[in-house]
Design a binder for this molecule. Structure first.
Ligand SMILES: NC(=O)C1=CN([C@@H]2O[C@H](COP(=O)(O)OP(=O)(O)OC[C@H]3O[C@@H](n4cnc5c(N)ncnc54)[C@H](OP(=O)(O)O)[C@@H]3O)[C@@H](O)[C@H]2O)[C@@H](O)CC1
Ligand SMILES: Nc1ncnc2c1ncn2[C@@H]1O[C@H](COP(=O)(O)OP(=O)(O)O)[C@@H](O)[C@H]1O
Length: 281
């Protein structure tokens, strides 16, 4: 395929990438997502990411967060295991790591991120994890570069990663996502109107779903949990980002069609995910 061919992501990807489950399947077949995030004041971001991973078919979901967010997580979604202790054990048990939602950039968050980066497990970096990466000297960024990570910047984060302005990113989004992928490796999903995904084999995909009702806090946190759940179920980074973005944008479009765009909450997406994942809406 030519590197400039952009594949539009459609409902067909769902059947192709998520075949029916075997009757004898068990939770161990569908991976274990560990979310790392939720510094003081930002528990919601990490909780929403963990909730959306649980709604998208991960076999198990855990959250490592600040102690004050533990009971909130259990109240919102008791399917999620949550702790503020023993991070090494939690990383050992996980199959996919998701670092960044509400992580902050103080010593608690950066130490957690360092532990995630030291693991060789598939790793999704969002929000503050991207800001941490952007702040490193380029030589250190190059040392961290790996094929099995997935970066999900919005245009502001993309600008920080490339050392330019968000207007520069928006001026040529295809060039920006390709440049990010080449600089950092792995898969990159550039968020915003018509999100773009660039993969390690120079694949490029485009999302034609989504709407301006999604421009609200927490929407990216929900997306990161969806993608992490798909990674846990064995999809490649590129496929997980493309299909995850499709499910997220399509769920938001379904909501907007009935209730309008303004006031569309990130958590309102959650009940729409299961029927979409199973081809029932
Ligand atoms: N409920 C919770 O717990 C929530 C917690 N959250 C957590 O908070 C933490 C910090 O997140 P954040 O939102 O303060 O930082 P961030 O997104 O970098 O924005 C900072 C600046 O960047 C720019 N910018 C942003 N988007 C842009 C775009 N599309 N296109 C272009 N520019 C864009 C814009 O700058 P401006 O253009 O206005 O100068 C903006 O002011 C993080 O851990 C996150 O997970 C959130 O997820 C919300 C819900
Ligand atoms: N105008 C828009 N059209 C389509 N999708 C949008 C639009 N605005 C935001 N989104 C989507 O909503 C999500 C917002 O993510 P992000 O900016 O990281 O939010 P947060 O940091 O608050 O979680 C992304 O998936 C983005 O693609």
């Amino acid at each position: 395929m030519s590197p400039t061919t952009i594949q539009p992501v459609s409902a067909h990807w769902l059947n192709r990438l998520l075949p029916a489950r075997l009757p004898q399947a068990h939770k161990g077949d569908f991976g274990h997502v560990l979310v790392l995030g939720g510094d003081h004041g930002y528990g919601g971001a990490a909780i929403m990411a963990a909730q959306s991973a649980a709604h998208c078919g991960a076999g198990l979901v855990s959250l490592f967060t600040r102690p004050e967010h533990v009971s909130a997580m259990l109240c919102r979604q008791p399917e999620v295991m949550v702790s503020h202790q023993h991070i090494n054990d939690m990383i050992t048990r996980a199959t996919v790591l998701l670092a960044g939602p509400g992580l902050g950039l103080c010593s608690w968050g950066t130490a957690l991120l360092a532990q995630a980066l030291a693991s060789d497990k598939p790793l999704l970096l969002d929000a503050d994890a991207l800001n941490y990466l952007a702040a490193l000297p380029q030589a250190e960024q190059q040392q961290l570069k790996r094929d099995n990570w997935l970066l999900t910047p919005h245009p502001g984060e993309a600008a920080r990663l490339l050392g330019c302005s968000s207007a520069d990113i928006q001026h040529d989004r295809v060039a920006a996502v390709q440049q990010l992928q080449q600089r950092f490796g792995g898969t990159v999903l550039l968020k915003g109107h018509t999100s773009l995904i660039a993969g390690p084999e120079r694949q490029l995909a485009r999302l034609d779903c989504g709407n301006p009702g999604m421009a609200g806090g927490g929407m990216g946190d929900v997306l990161s949990g969806i993608i992490a759940a798909l990674l846990a179920q064995g999809l490649t980074g590129f496929d997980a980002a493309a299909l995850g973005g499709y499910l997220h944008g399509t769920a938001a479009d379904q909501l907007a069609a009935v209730r309008g765009e303004r006031g569309l909450l990130a958590t309102a997406i959650l009940p729409h995910l299961q029927p979409l994942l199973n081809g029932k809406s």
